[in-house]
Design a protein around this ligand. Sequence first.
Ligand SMILES: [Zn+2]
Length: 169
Amino acid sequence: MLWDQKGVPQKGWTCEGVTDLGFPDGQCEMCGRAEIRYVHHMAHEEYQDGLDVGCVCAEKMEDDYVNPRRREQDLRNVAGRRKRWLTRKWKVSQSGNPYLKTDGFHIVIYPLSDGSWGGKITELGTGAAVTNRKRYLDANKAKLGAFDGVIFLKGKRKGPSGGSNGAQG
Ligand SMILES: [Zn+2]
């Protein structure tokens, strides 16, 4: 329990990111609460080491009772989508590779000469393509790898301003 420890600031922390552990097996470094699934990585200029904490403590440390919960909800939504990703209707391209169009991206995965799988994501609006350099053991793992890529690219596209253009198509 660090909350009443001398030298540990109680306010003025900023969050540098949240990690979804996948299971509630983390522990909050600030209050010691166990069974944390979403770990908020907190930093403070007057405290040398960062602290990994749960949502409740992150709210207090940032003095912000909206955004820490929102960050967790975003991750929860992504986790839910990732779960459903493999059951979506993947089509088969002329060369026999599974592909999917979603979120403004064309996603294709394909077997490589060594038996592993790779993937490529193309942004439909600009035609900009990103080839995944990772190699996956099977098609499903390649699809999940592509999902992570789409989430990453969407985050980048949104940018720090966070503006959503609401365009449909
Ligand atoms: Zn805590």
